[in-house]
Ligand binder design. Structure first.
Ligand code: X90
Length: 279
């Protein structure tokens, strides 16, 4: 497969805006309040949005890219690998599938492979890094697709959220369940389930204990020293602490710490972090 006309596209829940050495584009989700709309693209001031939302008590929601938004990211690429946020929580995957049909109908010699990540944020970043590696290694389309699916069985996502207010208010987790678990307003550690939904693992108190709990859960989930991607919502010190704890235990490994963009910031809320890892 010639790498020239290959493009990797994602939705903005991946927190990735730029991606080196291969064609790339991101389709923005939107964060909507009764006062304004935040488009989760390059120009969004995430810090300002998060602070603004802290002082906002009205209704807020999000919306996923529509098929036209996805078509824009495809551009004129011959081959597209499109990775979306979990279809269990968003319509993004469905939109991308519609865009694929339209694109392939219009250009029968072009191909789009849509991947439901069953996850979001840093796990999506790991997935697109793998796709790029496979494409640049010269693999054919079908082999890239197949090996990416195999890779995804060996990746996971843990998250720690300060509150689940925005998730519950938008029906992404059940209000009643969240209340019963006593995790509304308390720091909770969870993972992306195999079905691509939120699965709560434990409640945590204090950042010290939380850091230790995350390391323990990472090991529980099969982490052995592979790649880790940590995205945080205005909480770099906590993200770095987790990285340090992992370095103490596993020595040097491939790690990146960076800020969430708009969509993940909205749902993870100030202080929240997401950890994508290899098993
Ligand atoms: O279509 C839309 O409006 C987007 C809805 C997205 C809802 C969930 C976003 C979660 C963001 C929170 C913790 C990680 C959850 C992992 C789930 C598999 C981050």
């Amino acid at each position: 497969m010639s790498t020239e006309k290959v493009k990797i596209v994602v939705d903005s829940s991946s927190d990735v805006l730029q991606f080196e050495n291969i064609g790339f584009a991101s389709a923005p989700l939107k964060i909507i309040t009764s006062e304004r709309e935040y488009v989760d693209d390059n120009s969004l001031d995430v810090g300002e949005m998060v602070e603004g939302l802290l002082h906002y008590n009205g209704k807020s929601s999000t919306s996923c890219p529509n098929p036209e938004d996805w078509l824009k990211t495809f551009g004129d690429a011959q081959t597209v690998f499109c990775v979306t946020i979990t279809a269990a929580l968003s319509g993004s995957y469905n939109s991308a599938c519609i865009a694929k049909k339209m694109y392939e109908a219009e250009y029968p010699e072009r191909k789009v492979y849509v991947i439901n990540s069953y996850s979001t944020g840093p796990e999506m970043k790991l997935i697109i890094e793998k796709i790029r590696e496979l494409v640049l290694a010269g693999l054919e389309f079908d082999d890239v697709a197949e090996q990416t699916q195999t890779y995804m069985k060996k990746t996971g996502l843990l998250f720690m959220l300060q509150s689940m207010k925005n998730l519950a208010n938008n029906g992404r987790v059940s209000h009643i369940k969240a209340k019963m678990a006593g995790i509304l307003g308390i720091r909770a550690l969870g993972k992306a389930s195999d079905e691509g939904t939120l699965e709560m693992l434990e409640k945590c108190r204090g950042e010290n204990n939380s850091g230790i709990a995350i390391i323990a859960q990472l090991k529980n989930q099969g982490y052995k020293g592979g790649k880790v991607r940590i995205a945080h919502c205005l909480n770099e010190s906590f993200a770095l602490r987790i990285k340090d704890l992992l370095v103490q235990e596993f020595g040097n490994f491939d790690a990146e710490v960076y800020s969430c963009r708009g969509l993940c910031s909205f749902y993870a809320e100030k202080g929240g972090i997401l950890v994508g890892f290899e098993k």
